[in-house]
Write a new protein. Structure first.
Length: 190
């Protein structure tokens, strides 16, 4: 197995010293460099420490030798697709979403802006995030194992008001939901 510490560190704009300082307990830039290059064995303990410092899942740091790395080679701008001066290894999208609990909802029939075959990735939301989540799509569990999905239009201490994605549907209010997950990523096959 090859590790991806250097690729992820550089993508996050960190130096060896930055990453060494973020480790708990802190380590030296030389140690991080040796772990990146394979000159020092990447034990499970080191894997977990480095992953925590980079704020990614430990498995994100490992890649199979049999699979060629996926590279970011271009950027789409106002003037069209432009090559990157320095291509870099792409990081799995789910790894970029941080450590919060993720939930995925599959779309089997088109609804609103979502198409059949889409996957909607949602992140568990903290109460303090509520003001930023108004007018965003959320998934909320209901009693009996059912869910409500749609645009969150209001939230108070006991309830969440959701406007479903279909045209002409009435709002639904869920009282004391166990959790609320906000949509953070859409995966759509082309």
């Amino acid at each position: 197995m090859i590790n991806r510490i250097r690729a992820i560190r550089k993508q996050q704009g960190l130096t060896l010293a930055d990453l060494a300082e973020r480790c708990d307990p802190p380590t030296t830039p030389q140690t991080v460099g040796r772990l990146e290059t394979g000159m020092r064995t990447l034990s499970i303990d080191w894997l977990n420490r480095i992953a925590a410092a980079l704020r990614v899942e430990p498995q994100t740091l490992l890649t199979s030798e049999a699979r060629e790395a996926t590279m970011v080679v271009a950027r789409l701008s106002d003037s069209g697709a432009e090559p990157l001066s320095s291509p870099r290894e792409a990081i799995a999208p789910a790894s970029l979403l941080g450590e919060a609990k993720l939930t995925v909802m599959e779309v089997s029939a088109s609804a609103g802006e979502y198409r059949a075959g889409d996957q909607l990735w949602l992140r568990a939301m903290e109460d303090a995030e509520t003001p930023r989540a108004i007018n965003r799509d959320v998934l909320v569990p209901r009693p009996g194992g059912r869910f409500v999905f749609g645009r969150m239009i209001d939230r108070d201490a006991q309830s969440v008001a959701i406007l479903p994605t279909g045209a002409g549907q009435r709002q639904t209010v869920v009282t004391n939901p166990a959790w609320v997950a906000v949509a953070v990523m859409l995966v759509r096959k082309l």
